[in-house]
Design a protein around this ligand. Structure first.
Ligand code: NOJ
Length: 566
């Protein structure tokens, strides 16, 4: 089936933190191979691997120096081919990460490009002269702090990098660059890769006049709308679709930074022949204050109402032509229960409740490694974090610009810092959580003795088995894929209630996302309980009190008009 991804549940593996097979403290492909049966037991349809290509690892593999080679830290190309084969034997598809907004500065293209202005590879990247006072060509900031431009002494020009200075941006205006990318994609798909997650795909087309952002206060470098959705973005993606994607039965998901609903419709409307779906960020920004100099590190309290409204807006907007991804976690986000919920007293019901509200929606769910066992954020000394984003932001916001106190920054890191998701996968309660026989590259979360896979597999009531049931439900009932979405009680601060309906059936998804009991007024009609996360949940959604983080899914055959009691 060409649209297999609509019914699928996808599992993201962050290879360096998943399983180390050779004791160097760094996860690898053979480690993933060892755990394929675990993933098959969970029931996922595909795995998406964060980058495993050759890389200096300045940004954990999102800085690629050779797209056709597996980094020796992860294994060999043969290991990758073997992993694909073994995954396919278990009916698990393999999605790779396509990081082509930028390369590593160690990539041969950039090494050539920086040599001379007339080098044949010069135009693979963006080079611009300094302003007359010697400063950067404009005031664009890098996502990892500082300017998006770095001066290269050799030729006296600046090159553009939206991320670290070791990640120069590729020039997609150059036809040769695009053809190089297409060849890389064919190379891996000919080896059996089933699809792509496309890193910062929203950034590949640039506003070539590179306009300054309007100066705001004393901010020297600014991030904003010109970092994404450039004028040729959809043209480039359509070309990629024509030349490559349409030739393979593959799946695509774009990490669409800076996309609003209109952009999302463009990317995912099948009539436009671009991508199958995108990762948008709106729902992951509900606890972030917009428009402050502290950027993503300016937090505000989580409010369920905001989350419901954003999710509902996207459900409605992409209902007919287009498709949503469903995610709360990935390698760039904190753990959802630590961030939006409760990771102590209510850790287990809370994890199941968030899973319920997400997997009940229309779209393709993505599970991030460890989410299925309720892994939680870590609380480390700043020096123990590895992520360059955290360290750069600390220097810029706390030390240089003093827009955040050290305490406020630390607090933000503990909530949304990327390393929260990158701590090693917790397999058992042995040393290093069973992740490695050596010293892991990032400290293991100290709660591993309580939270680990071995424990989860032994407990039939665990978060793991709850995810397994959710996946089975999605596989067995088409209404999860097809049903229309409708939100109820949008302003209720505790309850998340929505329905999914077809002509013949209805689902009611109901959750109390709070630490207090919540009064639910009930929904009329004849319902059957399909799944719930606490013992003793009512058989029908009648007027009742829902316990903290109680969640349930009800099914109705031959639905009548869905009406709430009030
Ligand atoms: C988005 C990736 O998810 C993130 O981890 C990475 O740092 C940036 N893109 C740059 O590639």
């Amino acid at each position: 089936m060409r649209d297999w991804w609509k019914k699928a549940v996808i599992y993201q593996v962050y290879p360096r933190s998943f399983k180390d097979s050779d004791g160097d403290g760094f996860g690898d492909l053979n480690g993933i191979l060892q755990k394929l049966d675990y993933l098959a037991e969970l029931g996922v349809d595909a795995i998406w691997l964060s980058p495993v290509y050759q890389s200096p690892q300045k940004d954990n593999g999102y800085d690629i120096s050779d797209y056709r080679m597996i980094d020796p830290k992860f294994g060999t190309n043969e290991d990758m081919f073997h992993l694909i084969k073994e995954a396919h034997i278990r009916k698990i598809k393999v999605i790779m990460d396509l990081v082509v907004n930028h390369t590593s500065d160690q990539h041969q293209w950039f090494q050539e490009s920086r040599k001379a202005k007339d080098n044949p590879y010069r135009d693979y990247y963006f080079w611009r002269d300094p302003k007359t006072d010697g400063s950067e060509p404009n005031n664009w900031g890098s996502y990892f702090s500082g300017s998006a431009w770095t001066l290269d002494q050799q030729t006296g020009q600046y090159y553009l990098h939206y991320f670290a200075k070791e990640q120069p941006d590729l020039n997609w205006e150059n036809e040769e660059v695009r053809q190089q990318v297409y060849r890389i994609m064919r190379f891996w798909m000919d080896k059996g890769v089933d699809g792509w997650r496309m890193d910062v795909i929203g950034g590949i087309s640039k506003f070539l006049d590179f306009p300054d952002y309007p100066a705001t206060g004393d901010q020297r470098y600014v991030l904003g709308k010109w970092h994404a959705n450039g004028p040729r973005l959809h043209e480039f993606i359509q070309e990629m679709n024509r030349e490559v994607l349409s030739q393979y039965p593959c799946m695509t998901v774009g990490e669409a930074n800076g996309s609003d609903i209109d952009a999302a419709k463009k990317y995912t409307d099948p009539r436009r022949k671009e991508l199958n779906m995108i990762f948008s960020f709106a729902h992951m920004s509900v606890d972030i204050q917009q428009g402050t100099p502290a950027g993503k590190w300016a937090l505000r309290p989580f409010q369920l109402v905001r989350l419901k409204k954003v999710l509902a807006k996207w459900q409605e907007a992409l209902a007919d032509h287009g498709w949503n991804t469903l995610y709360f976690e990935n390698h760039d986000q904190g753990r959802v229960i630590s961030r939006f919920g409760n990771d102590t007293t209510y850790r287990v019901p809370c994890a199941k409740a968030f899973a319920t509200i997400l997997h009940g929606l229309k779209g393709t769910p993505f599970i991030y490694q460890g989410e299925e066992i309720g892994m939680v954020n870590c609380h480390y000394d700043l020096k123990d974090y590895n992520d360059l984003e955290i360290h750069n932001a600390y220097n810029e916001l706390v030390i240089e610009n003093k827009v955040l106190s050290k305490e406020a920054f630390r607090h933000a890191v503990e909530r949304i810092g990327r390393d929260n998701a990158r701590t090693p996968m917790q397999w058992n309660k042995n040393k290093q959580a069973g992740f490695s026989d050596g010293q892991s590259w990032l400290k293991v979360n100290p709660r591993y003795k309580e939270i680990n896979v071995e424990q989860a597999l032994q407990d039939t009531d665990s978060i793991f088995y709850y995810y397994k049931q959710l996946i089975q439900l999605r596989h067995s009932l088409d209404i999860f894929t097809e049903g229309d979405f409708q939100l109820f009680l949008p302003d209720d601060p505790q309850l998340f209630v929505y329905t999914r309906t077809t002509n013949t059936e209805a689902l009611l998804i109901l959750a109390n996302i709070s630490e207090e009991p919540a009064v639910y007024s009930g929904m009329e009609g004849e319902w059957h309980l399909l799944l719930s996360n606490l013992p003793g949940t009512a058989d029908t959604p009648s007027k009742q009190q829902l316990r903290p983080y109680e969640a349930a899914i009800y099914l109705q055959r031959k639905p009548t008009i869905l009406r709430h009691n009030y």
